[in-house]
Design a protein around this ligand. Sequence first.
Ligand SMILES: [Zn+2]
Length: 358
Amino acid sequence: MKKFPVSTTNLIDGYGKTFNVGFVSSHVVAGTNLFSDMFASISDVFGGRSETYRNQLASIKKEAIDELILEAKKLGGDALVGVSVDFDEISGGNKSMFMVTAVGTAVKLEQANVIKPDFIVDKMASRLSSEELRVMRLKADYLELNAKGSLKFTEENIADIIEYEIFDLCVPLLEFYKNAYNDGSPSLNSRIVEYSLSIFKGMEPSEAEKIIYSFLGKSLSLDFMLLKVCKDLGLVDYDCIAKVIKSAELKSKQNALHFIMVNKNEYKYGDIAKMEGLLEVLSTAFPPLSEVMQVKTIMGSKSVWKCVCGCENSEKISYCTSCNCDIFGFKSKSITADDVCILLKKDVEILKNNLTNI
Ligand SMILES: [Zn+2]
């Protein structure tokens, strides 16, 4: 029979998501003889007996865990996580007993690295309720409409998409928003856009990250909405950000800087090289947009720089008097490439000192 996985942590190696099915506990009480024997023979603890006690303790512990597994199976679990075992002494009168208590959480496992098939065969159930059938019909209808290119996103069907987690429609939905924003559609309600992007919360984070970042830099307004999701979910794709900063126009590049500042869910060794690559890109990505030039005045001449808005500003002025941008095109008080570089360099240092390549 397959070994029943038991872990003291909240993870089971080799598996992805787990679903809690219940808390389980077991108690095994050992007779007084074990306890009294232990103390009666304390003098020869280095002798052969200590070995016996250790074996006895181990066997009681095993008994408690076996019972825990049985409880977990009764609840339909196929693994135990967060398992801990406690030894307690119960004294009463002149009797002492030894109690072993094991506790844990029974979970159901979902195999990692299994590519989710189409939603219809997502869960091959042995039975379906008519409600489940209704939802599947609805999903199928939406996907069919989308495949024909005739799905119009409305407040109503967006609610369905989120409720029934129709992840296959995430890309078309973002495509729709991108176009609507870029066409300046007046009907686009940012509250609804924000709400609809909450669908990513139900998705596998790596999958959500891939989709969201594939839209980075495609629409200035959409960038702003996506940034909120990335902050909520801790999603950062340094490679995508670097790509946008290398090639996009100034405003998109500036937007992308904000994504670098998002706190990632977790940092891995591989991130260091990506962050260093990004630093490299940043070092040349925001050159001054103007040279300092000499212009003739009635009094003689003065040094000026030409702003993105076309306005000429004296060299002594950092921010354009007309549009409030500096020579690099950054508005005052906005995040600049320098700000980001300083933070990124610090993070790289810390990660280098604390992460190993395992
Ligand atoms: Zn200006």
